[in-house]
Design a protein around this ligand. Structure first.
Ligand code: GLA
Length: 397
């Protein structure tokens, strides 16, 4: 099988904003918005419908049937539309007897469902964990669907969603999945974002090419709106949404948008299409970051440091760029406290002692400009809930 997820997948998923309220017209207009609002150009590719797309029962051949009122022309017509825009289509099912919302799951139907999805032209399957028979090992059920997909006649990305249960990091890569959820469901508020972010810092080491740690779909731009009561909450301010996007990008999480991109604000579009930040996420080397704490503010401030391939334009297709000289480092500095703070990054801690005669030039990925050249350390002010993101070049002092 070819490598289907060379870099973290980027796209949109219906769940966060629309929940049960999905249909053909919605999905088509989302695809149109991908082009109109610059998302496709920024690298977003997959349009994924989540739970609630099917009829409540299978047909007489045991096949899944798209809900006739939501998808009156069936799935094949829809995937053709999406493919005609140069985009890819994702669908949703579940390892259990039912999906989380009570629609038919793929348990004991894995092989027929994989073939059905292939016939419809599906490119991506999100595979959830509800209604799993108690005595069936989740590990075996993901292996089963992975094998079914690998033999269905079409390349289909397998996106596991077991919320980090059952030590998923230990077995998900060898099961053959391309990404995996590693925490519970996100909500549209800062506490939820902070909780997921902190819970994943120690999991960065399990993350890598063709099997990415999915921190959940983005809530950037939802701003307390949407039709899904499970996700709907107070919303966040712009700084917090930027931090959310920055940290997901730095952690190599897939970037699956969750807001209604058809009418997103200019500020939201600017966050989601920030090429400098996306380039860090899509860096061809796929290295996860390590974390450095601030010695005198251990609980509130930390840095993420990620070695980069020398050059990447963020489109995930430039593996040969790694042959150019260089070796930038991405540095993200996060302040989760409610007051302004300073992070002083000692370069010794990232392998750059003063005696080397080298320093770092800091390019700010949100301001899109070089902010200075530093030796030995860089002390940076960070607003409450802010994440400052830099692309740093190693240079002679
Ligand atoms: C679970 C998943 C969510 C979403 C819903 C759909 O809660 O974690 O991302 O897919 O199911 O019912």
């Amino acid at each position: 099988m070819p490598i289907l997820a060379r870099t973290p997948p980027m796209g949109w998923n219906s769940w966060n904003t629309f929940g049960n309220n999905i249909n053909e017209e919605l999905v088509k207009t989302i695809a149109d918005a991908f082009i109109r609002r610059g998302l496709k150009d920024a690298g977003y590719q997959y349009i994924v419908i989540d739970d609630c797309w099917s009829e409540k029962t299978r047909d007489t051949n045991g096949r899944l049937v798209p809900d006739k009122s939501k998808f009156p022309n069936g799935m094949k017509a829809l995937t053709e539309y999406i493919h005609s825009k140069g985009l890819k289509f994702g669908i949703y099912s579940c390892v259990g007897t039912h999906t989380c919302a009570g629609f038919p799951g793929s348990f004991e139907h894995e092989f027929v469902d994989a073939v059905t999805f292939a016939e419809w032209g599906v490119d991506y399957l999100k595979y959830d964990y509800c209604y799993k028979p108690r005595n069936a090992a989740g590990e075996d059920l993901y292996k089963r669907m992975a094998l079914a997909l690998r033999n269905c006649g079409r390349n289909i990305v397998l996106s596991a969603c077991n919320w980090g249960n059952d030590g998923v990091q230990k077995w998900i890569r060898e099961a053959g999945c391309h990404l995996y959820r590693s925490a519970g469901d996100i909500h549209d508020n800062w506490k939820s974002i902070e909780g997921i972010m902190l819970s994943q810092l120690n999991n960065a080491c399990f993350n890598g090419i063709d099997c990415w740690n999915d921190m959940d779909m983005l809530v950037v731009g939802m701003s307390g709106t949407g039709e899904n009561a499970y996700v709907l909450s107070t919303g966040c301010n712009e700084t917090e949404y930027r931090t959310h996007f920055s940290v997901w990008a730095m952690m190599n999480s897939p970037l699956m948008i969750g807001c209604d991109v058809r009418n997103m604000s200019e500020q939201t579009a600017a966050i989601l299409t920030n090429k400098d930040v996306i380039a860090l996420n899509q860096d061809i080397e796929g290295r996860a970051p390590y974390c450095i704490r601030q010695w005198n503010n251990l609980d509130n401030v930390f840095s993420l440091i990620k070695p980069l391939s020398a050059v990447s334009d963020g489109d995930g297709s430039d593996g040969d760029d790694a042959s150019t000289t260089g070796g930038d480092y991405a540095v993200a500095m996060v302040n989760i406290s409610d007051v302004k703070a300073e992070m002083s990054l000692q370069f010794y801690d990232i392998g750059l002692p003063y005696a080397s005669g080298l320093g770092l030039e800091f390019y700010d990925c949100w301001k899109h400009e070089v902010i200075g050249f530093f030796t030995e350390r860089a002390s940076i002010d960070i607003e409450p809930h802010e994440c400052r993101v830099f692309r740093c070049k190693v240079k002679k002092a």
